[in-house]
Write a protein that binds this ligand. Structure first.
Ligand code: IMP
Length: 198
């Protein structure tokens, strides 16, 4: 023991890399969706995708519309309940529209799998999905993913929209939590380190 407390989380993706990747993805999607007859609809999955969606949006160089959907998913680390249901549905009609689901992270794949099935039943002209983060090693169900920002290892991450028990969405970078059991014991653990020392 040297008396220096260990940092409870590591920097995984910097704001600079997040910014750069959002720009690249928006550029790629703008190119592919340019020919759409009506503006494509970006469907943000609440609440985790909000920062990513905002960063994508401002970089699209074609007209797009935005809608939001909210689904129940597990809020604790450690595993998905497998039960997914819509808590807040879309406001606009997706029939005939070119739709892009915007996710923060694909983990087991259960959520995106459910969303793709639910939205494809609404007769869109096309359906795509983009995720900021892909924890491919944890996949339970295979799911189609047209665009992905970063593939990450099997670690619990917070920041840039992603939360632990509703906290840490406003951290500007992506942090990998070192000891999830410790954080579960003291959810404010990172708050002290992140904000009080500044
Ligand atoms: P899936 O259904 O297992 O693919 O999980 C997708 C949802 O689980 C995401 O939209 C997140 O809300 C949550 N999730 C999975 N891994 C993490 C993580 O590392 N940090 C924060 N939330 C996560």
């Amino acid at each position: 023991m040297n008396g220096i407390p260990e940092e409870p989380a590591d920097l995984l993706i910097s704001t600079r890399d997040l910014d750069r990747r959002a720009g690249e993805l928006a550029h790629e999607m703008s190119q592919e969706l340019r020919a759409c007859v009506r503006p494509p609809v970006l469907v943000g999955v609440l609440k985790g995708s909000t920062l990513f969606l905002a960063d994508l949006l401002r970089r699209f160089d074609i007209e797009v519309e935005v809608d939001f959907i909210s689904i129940s998913s597990y809020s604790q680390a450690g595993g998905s309940s497998g039960v997914v249901r819509i808590v807040k549905d879309l406001e606009s009609d997706m029939a005939g529209r070119d739709v892009v689901i915007v996710e923060d992270i694909v983990d087991t794949g259960l959520t995106l799998n459910y969303l793709r099935r639910s939205l494809s039943e609404r007769a869109p002209a096309s359906l795509r999905a983009v995720t900021l983060l892909d924890k491919a090693a944890r996949r339970i169900v295979p799911v189609e993913l047209e665009y992905s920002g970063f593939e990450i290892p099997d670690v619990f991450v917070v920041g840039y929209g992603l939360d632990f028990q509703g906290l840490y969405r406003n951290v500007p970078e992506i942090l990998a939590v070192k000891d999830i059991a410790k954080l579960a014991n003291d959810p404010m653990l990172l708050v002290d380190r992140l904000f009080l020392e500044k």
